[in-house]
Structures are given as structure tokens and as C-alpha cells.
Design a protein around this ligand. Sequence first.
Ligand code: NAP
Length: 244
Amino acid sequence: MKFSSNTVLITGGASGIGFALAQRFIQGGSQVIICGRREYKLKEARSKYPQLDFRVCDVAEPTERIALYKWVTETCPDLNILVNNAGIQQRIDLKETPDWKTLNQEVAINLEAPIHLSALFIPHLLKQKHPAIINVTSGLAFVPLANAPVYCATKAALHSFTLSLRHQLSASPIAVIEIIPPAVNTDLGGKGLHTFGASLDTFTDAIAEQLKTGSIEATYGFSVESSRATREQLEAIFKQMNQP
Ligand SMILES: NC(=O)c1ccc[n+]([C@@H]2O[C@H](COP(=O)([O-])OP(=O)(O)OC[C@H]3O[C@@H](n4cnc5c(N)ncnc54)[C@H](OP(=O)(O)O)[C@@H]3O)[C@@H](O)[C@H]2O)c1
């Protein structure tokens, strides 16, 4: 994939991995549109890159996804890359009867939105040059961290969906790419909760290099290990990660 001459929509592109990808696409000479719920974060991003377009959008809401699709394809008819990056991570104790709204929020953002947006954008992308759908999953798609049970389930499901999507689109020009991050130092799950992760810039540079050389699965650190592990290795990693 080239980082130049694209028109790219990145959900959740105002912060963390989404913003770091936005920077690489802008620096490569692509037009980038980002969306998210917090307008001040979108404006903050645009103050750094005045050429960024943005839209306030909550991808948990099906009506907002449809409105985003209509707005982007009307204002940027050359849009050729969709990056399903927006995500949240919740620590949930299932013994404490969490309410369904809380549980479902994670499913709606992390899984329903990429599925719905992919379906909405495919007819548009089929008419573009060098089209791609990039889904951001996680090393935890392959082995769950039990205290984030819904998060890990959504990422496992998004990985599965990505494989089926790639298979269905294999005879089409749309490339289906999966970015599989390990823990990266961002605000995921709340400020200060992911400081143990890899440096955002080091991670994103490594991912960008893999995308440039045509990788359809871009991995780094722990996610290289987890995405290629045998069943026995996954069981050992699960035990190690989920020690009482
Ligand atoms: N950091 C890691 O360790 C790690 C590891 C594996 C996978 N990932 C994945 O990487 C992706 C990006 O996460 P990150 O680490 O960069 O965290 P982040 O800095 O918290 O970024 C998440 C972005 O998603 C946006 N978002 C969340 N809910 C949204 C919604 N309902 N509608 C629209 N936008 C929404 C947020 O903006 P608003 O809050 O303003 O909406 C934010 O800009 C996620 O899918 C995450 O699961 C991260």
C-alpha cells in the first residue's frame, strides 16, 4: 500500500493509534478525514494538521454510521481507504452483574461499527483506485485477558470477520488489511492505563513499513507471538497473562 495519493477515513483518528496513522498518511501526501465523539479532540488534531477534515460521530449508533458514510462519500468522492480503528476497552467483572448497556457499548463500537461501515463502504470502494479496508484488531484477539472479557471477544470476532471479508473480496480490487497491535502506550481504557505499552511512534512506524511492503497482517511485539502461536502456546500465554 502507498501512503501517498489516498483519501482515507480513520474512525477514532483524533488520538492514539488512529492519529498516529493519520499523521503517516498526511506526511505521505494523502488526504485524511477523522471522526470521533469528542469535538475538542478532533479540533486539537486539526490544529496540528490544518488539512485534516473531521466529523463528530459516535460509531456506536447505526444512524450516525450511515450519516458518516453519506457525508464522507459526498464531500470526498475519491475516498479509497476506510480504517476501522475506533475502539474502547473496559475492565469488567462479570460477577458484579454489569448492566447490558455498558456491555453492549463495547460490542457496538468495537465490532458492530466495523461490520456496518465495511458493508456501507464496499460499493463505493469498488469504484475507487487502490481501495482498502483496514481493521484494527488486537493481539488479545488470539488470547484473551480475562478482566477485559467483552473487549477480547469483540477483537476475536473482528479478526474472524476480517478473514471472511478478505475471502469474499479476494476477486475484487479492495485489499483487506488487519493491524494487530500489542499493548501500545495510548489512552485506551482511560488516561494512564496503557503506559506500559510499546511507544506509539515506534509501533506505528513498524506498522507503516509493513503496510508499505504489502503485508495484509501488520503485527508488532506480542501480537507477532500471539497471532502465530499454536494452541499449546496460546494456553501457556493465557495462564501467564491471567495469573490470579
Ligand atoms: N493501545 C493499545 O494497547 C491497543 C492494543 C490493541 C488494539 N488497540 C486498538 O487500537 C484502536 C485505537 O485505540 P488506541 O489505543 O489508539 O486508544 P485511544 O487513544 O483511546 O483511541 C481510541 C479512539 O477511538 C475513538 N472512539 C471511541 N469510541 C468511539 C465512538 N463510539 N465513536 C467514534 N469514535 C470513538 C476515541 O475518540 P472519542 O473518545 O472522542 O470518541 C479515540 O480517538 C482500538 O480499536 C483499540 O482497541 C489498541
